[in-house]
Design a protein around this ligand. Sequence first.
Ligand code: MG
Length: 163
Amino acid sequence: MGWDRHRLVAGRPCLLGGVRFEDCPVGPLGHSDGDAAAHAVVDALLGAAALGDIGRHFPDDDPAWAGADSLDLLARATALVRAAGWRVGNVDLTLILERPRIAPAAGRMRAALAGALGVGPEVVSIKATRGEGLGPEGRGECVTAMAVALLLPAARGAEGDPA
Ligand code: MG
């Protein structure tokens, strides 16, 4: 399970799930590119493999990760998980935000995340909901992302394998 929240501010590129929303006037603030969606997936993967969290591997006080491409962080996290003997079974991501609208970009977001995860888009799920005027999401102040990842032992559990 992974959870992340970033403030949405004017003057930042709006990048979520590896997709750039050109028409959105606000974007996630962060040490990296601020992509809360990708960050939640990173934490879901690392958590499922008991490898710690995003802050341990990519500290936000380390200049090396300033402005980092979060899809690159996701690919690196995927490599760590693979090295520990796991493969990605599926990922389910929920975004809570007022803007931008996710639905029109969900297909591109699935493809972008799947590319970084090294899986097909059919095992990457994107859902989005709004805050209904309540809380910081409802006021449009932030984006919150929650992700769940299923990891399978790399050596077994392949398709068609009853293991
Ligand atoms: Mg983050």
